[in-house]
Ligand binder design. Structure first.
Ligand SMILES: NC(=O)c1ccc[n+]([C@@H]2O[C@H](COP(=O)([O-])OP(=O)(O)OC[C@H]3O[C@@H](n4cnc5c(N)ncnc54)[C@H](O)[C@@H]3O)[C@@H](O)[C@H]2O)c1
Ligand SMILES: O=c1ccn([C@@H]2O[C@H](COP(=O)(O)OP(=O)(O)O[C@H]3O[C@H](CO)[C@@H](O)[C@H](O)[C@H]3O)[C@@H](O)[C@H]2O)c(=O)[nH]1
Length: 498
C-alpha cells in the first residue's frame, strides 16, 4: 500500500481507487482503469442515487460506444458503483475528483469563472472522512492554481493525515471516450516533483496508467502546467472550429466551398486535416465553459488583450448559430410563424446522447422565438431531455440533475410548439423545412425523395453539418443550404447577418 507520509513508493498491489463523480468522465475513465488493472479495486461514488442505480443496471446512464462491454467485464469483479460516498472515500488510497465545475451564474465572475462549489465540498468531505493518507487527483477541469486551494483545505482540516494533490486532466472526447481512454494521445500528470512524497505520488499514478499506456505518452509536469494545459488544449481545439466557421461565412459570400478550402488548408502538415469541419457551431459541456474560465483567469491576472483574444472564439461560435437561424427564417420569406420545421439531431455531436450546450438548443430557441412549430428527432435523445433543455437557463445544465432549476419556456408553450418524433420521416411529414443539426450517420442515408414528397412546397433543407449530397437534393427539388457551400439562386439574395 502507498504511504505518503514516508514519501516512498511501495508495491502497487492492494491499491484502492475511489472516484467522486459518476459522470461522463468518472464512469468511463474508472471502467477502463478497472479493465486494465484487475488487481486494483475501483469504486465510483456519486451523490445522485438515480445515476448510481443506472451504472448498476443493464441500461447505463450514458451512451458511449464500447462502454457497456467494458463495464460488463469489470462490474462485480474489481469495479463497483455506490452512493456510500464517505465509506469508500475514507479508506481509498487514491481519490479521483471528477465532479461538475460549472460556469458561475451569479456573484463575482458570473458568466465566466468556474464555480468550484462541488469541488470544494468534495475536498472538505475527503478531509472529514479520511482514515488514511491519500493521493487526491484533480480529474475535473479546474482553473489554474486550484490544487493550491485544495491543499489548503486539506491541510487545515485533514486531521493529521498526509495528502498529495495531483492534476490529471482528462482529454477524452464523447462518442470516442473508450477508444480515447484505451489509446490516449497523452496522459498528463502534474505534481510536486520537488518533494519526495510528491514525486512518489506522481510515480504511483503514472504506474497505474503505464499498465496500458506507452511510457512516452505519459507526461509529467508541475501542477500549474497540467491545470493550464487542459484549458489551453480545449481553447486551441475550439479556436480551430471557430476559424473554419468564420471562413465558412466568407465562402457563402464569395462562392468558395468550405470543404474544398478546409481540405486545401489542412493538407499543410503544419496545420493538419483534423478538426476542420465547418458546422452550425461547436457544443458540448467543455469548450465554452473552459474558454470562459480561461478568459476570466486572464482578466484576473491583468491580461485583458489575451482575454479578448479567446473571447472571440466564443463570439464567432454564437455568430455561427444565429447566422444559421437567420438563414432559415430569411429563406422562408422572413417568417416561420406557424410553420413546421423538422430538426434532425439534437445531441451536440454524433454517437452520444449528451445535449449539454448543444447548438440545437440555441437554434431551436431561435426558431421558437420566431414562432415556428418544431419537430425534433434524435436517435439517442429522449423527449424528456429535449423538454428539460429547452426550459433551462444558460449554464444551469452543468449542475447535478436534481439541482437544475427549470424556467423560461412554460410547459404549455413547449407542448404547443415542440414535438418529438420517432424517426426522421415522421419529423419531416408536412414540414416546410428540415434542419440537420447533428451529423448522425443515418442522416446521410435517408430517403430524401420520400421526405420531399411528404413536405410542404417549396421544401427546404438547411444542413448545419454538411452531411447531405447537395446536388442530389437540389435535383429532387429541395432548396438546399449547406454551411459554407456555394448558395443556390434562391438563397443568394437573402441576407444572413447575425
Ligand atoms: N464530459 C467530458 O467529455 C469531459 C472531458 C474532460 C473533462 N471533463 C471535466 O470533468 C468534470 C466532470 O465532467 P462530467 O462530464 O463527467 O460531469 P457530469 O455532470 O457528467 O458528472 C459529474 C458528477 O459528479 C457528481 N457530483 C457532484 N458533486 C458531488 C459530490 N460532492 N460528491 C459526489 N458526487 C458529486 C454529480 O452528481 C455528477 O453525477 C468537469 O470538470 C468537466 O469539465 C469533462
Ligand atoms: O471539426 C469539428 C470538430 C468538432 N466540432 C464540434 O465541436 C464540438 C466538440 O466536439 P469534440 O471535441 O469532438 O467533443 P467533446 O466531447 O466536447 O471533446 C472536447 O472536450 C473534452 C472536454 O474537455 C476534451 O476532453 C476533448 O479533448 C475535446 O475534444 C461538437 O459540437 C462537435 O460537433 C465541429 O464543429 N467541427
Amino acid at each position: 500500500m502507498w504511504s505518503g507520509r514516508e514519501g516512498t513508493k511501495k508495491a502497487t498491489i492492494m491499491v484502492k481507487i475511489c472516484c467522486i463523480g459518476a459522470g461522463y468522465v468518472g464512469g468511463p475513465t474508472m471502467a477502463v482503469i478497472a479493465l486494465k488493472c484487475p488487481d486494483i479495486e475501483v469504486v465510483v461514488v456519486d451523490i445522485s442515487s438515480p445515476r448510481i442505480a443506472g451504472w448498476n443496471s443493464e441500461r447505463l446512464p450514458i451512451y458511449e460506444p464500447g462502454l457497456d462491454d467494458v463495464v460488463k467485464q469489470c462490474r462485480g469483479r474489481n469495479l463497483s458503483f455506490s452512493t456510500e460516498v464517505h465509506r469508500h472515500v475514507g479508506d481509498a488510497d487514491i481519490v479521483f475528483v471528477s465532479v461538475n465545475t460549472p460556469t458561475k451564474t451569479c456573484g463575482l465572475g458570473a458568466g465566466k469563472a468556474a464555480d468550484l462549489t462541488y469541488w470544494e465540498s468534495a475536498a472538505r468531505m475527503i478531509a472529514d472522512v479520511s482514515v488514511s493518507d491519500k493521493i487526491v487527483v484533480e480529474k475535473s477541469t479546474v482553473p489554474v492554481k486550484t490544487a493550491e486551494a485544495i491543499e489548503k483545505i486539506l491541510a487545515h482540516n485533514g486531521r493529521g493525515f498526509s495528502y498529495q494533490i495531483l492534476s490529471n486532466p482528462e482529454f477524452l472526447a464523447e462518442g470516442t471516450a473508450i477508444r480515447d481512454l484505451l489509446s490516449p494521445d497523452r496522459v498528463l500528470i502534474g505534481g510536486r516533483r520537488d518533494t519526495a512524497a510528491g514525486s512518489a505520488a506522481v510515480d504511483l499514478l503514472a504506474g497505474v496508467y503505464a499498465r496500458w499506456v506507452p511510457q512516452d505518452r505519459i507526461i509529467t509536469t508541475n501542477l500549474w502546467s497540467a491545470e493550464l494545459s487542459k484549458l489551453a488544449a480545449n481553447a486551441f481545439l475550439a479556436q480551430r472550429i471557430s476559424s473554419v466557421n468564420a471562413v465558412s461565412a466568407l465562402c457563402e459570400a464569395t462562392g468558395a466551398d468550405i470543404t474544398e478550402v478546409a481540405h486545401s488548408v489542412g493538407k499543410d502538415a503544419r496545420i493538419g486535416h483534423r478538426f476542420l469541419s465547418a458546422s452550425v457551431g461547436f457544443g458540448g459541456s467543455c469548450f465554452q465553459k473552459d474558454i470562459l474560465n480561461l478568459v476570466y483567469i486572464c482578466e484576473c491576472y491583468g491580461l485583458p488583450e489575451v482575454a479578448s483574444y479567446w473571447r472571440e472564439v466564443i463570439r464567432i461560435n454564437d455568430y455561427q448559430k444565429s447566422r444559421f437561424v437567420n438563414r432559415v427564417v430569411s429563406s422562408m420569406f422572413n417568417t416561420v410563424a406557424g410553420k413546421k420545421v423538422a430538426v434532425l439531431g439534437f445531441a451536440f455531436k454524433k454517437d452520444t446522447g449528451d445535449t449539454r450546450e448543444t447548438p440545437a438548443i440555441d437554434v431551436c430557441k431561435g426558431l421558437l422565438g420566431d414562432k415556428a412549430v418544431v419537430s425534433i428527432y434524435d436517435p439517442q435523445v429522449t423527449g424528456e431531455q429535449v423538454a428539460r433543455d429547452l426550459a433551462m437557463n444558460k449554464f444551469d445544465w452543468d449542475h447535478p440533475r436534481h439541482l437544475q432549476p427549470l424556467e423560461q419556456l412554460s410547459a404549455t408553450d413547449l407542448e404547443k410548439q415542440v414535438a418529438v418524433a420517432a424517426d426522421a420521416y415522421e419529423a419531416a411529414k408536412d414540414a416546410h423545412a428540415v434542419c440537420i443539426l447533428t451529423e448522425w450517420d443515418e442522416f446521410r442515408g435517408l430517403d430524401y425523395r420520400r421526405m420531399f414528397e411528404g413536405m410542404q412546397k417549396p421544401a427546404f433543407v438547411f444542413d448545419g453539418r454538411n452531411v447531405v449530397d447537395v446536388a442530389k437534393l437540389r435535383e429532387i427539388g429541395f432548396v438546399v443550404y449547406s454551411i459554407g457551400k456555394p448558395l443556390d439562386d434562391w438563397l443568394k439574395d437573402m441576407p444572413a447577418v447575425a
